[in-house]
Design a protein. Structure first.
Length: 245
């Protein structure tokens, strides 16, 4: 275990080989409620937190950040809130894309984009295409994402290959499944952070989190900033990863 106080955050990231942080950005609505603000204010402030964390990840040398922006279950929220979130996703990427491109951010959308409207799908595809050659932080945004659906889709894809004679059933490996997930080619998260204090995974990256460290903070996502991210890195440096051993 490292004596974390002896090192800068960037040094800790390097020494612990911390490459990938996955985040469940929880607490936007509760943060707004505690301040007597509308739900929309919490989501808007949450976007500001995300922008800050992506920049800090670049500064600290963290190569991958994956965030849970909208789950398949979130469609069950009020139509007013769902419409606002879809508009917020669109406006955020439209307004911030050029800045993210300048900062070298590479954007990847994970999830089922099919049910999204054409306008949103357009900006999502544009963001991925324009940033595909960037070499800064890799930002995965989970939109209309369900890990169970992701795994089910992967199994169906593999079954189709077996049916077509492209693959034999006894040739299916762990890597075969991983190569058919939305996150193909992306290293598994080293640590999963959940803000807002809830103790559940919420159908998020179930396969990929198999050996990830888990860090839950009471801090609501709109309040999650540099000090919070530094705390995550320091905590990770204190952990002894076992990988099931």
């Amino acid at each position: 275990m490292l004596e974390v106080q002896e090192y800068t955050i960037k040094e800790l990231v390097e020494k612990t080989e911390l490459k990938h942080i996955a985040i469940i950005m929880d607490g936007n609505r509760r943060w707004a409620k505690t301040l007597g603000l509308p739900t929309a204010a919490g989501h808007n402030k949450g976007v500001e937190s995300l922008k800050k964390i992506v920049r800090l990840a670049n500064d600290f040398g963290i190569k991958y950040i994956t965030v849970y922006a909208f789950s398949t279950e979130n469609w069950k929220r009020t139509q007013e809130e769902v419409s606002f979130l879809m508009k917020l996703l669109y406006e955020t990427l439209k307004n911030e894309l050029n800045e993210m491109l300048k900062e070298g951010v590479k954007i990847k959308i994970i999830g089922d984009m099919e049910p999204l409207d054409d306008k949103l799908k357009g900006i999502l595809n544009t963001s991925m295409e324009k940033s595909k050659d960037n070499t800064g932080v890799n930002l995965q945004i989970a939109i209309n994402y369900s890990s169970q659906h992701e795994i089910l889709t992967a199994v169906k894809n593999i079954a189709q290959k077996v049916e077509n004679g492209e693959l034999k059933s006894d040739e299916i490996t762990k890597e075969t499944i991983e190569n058919n997930l939305y996150t193909a080619g992306i290293p598994d998260p080293d640590i999963m952070v959940r803000t807002g204090g809830e103790m559940r995974i919420s159908n998020y990256l179930l396969w990929q989190l198999a050996y990830s460290e888990i860090y839950v903070t009471e801090t609501y996502w709109p309040e999650f900033g540099q000090e919070s991210l530094e705390d995550v890195v320091r905590e990770f440096a204190k952990r002894s990863r076992r990988f099931g051993v």
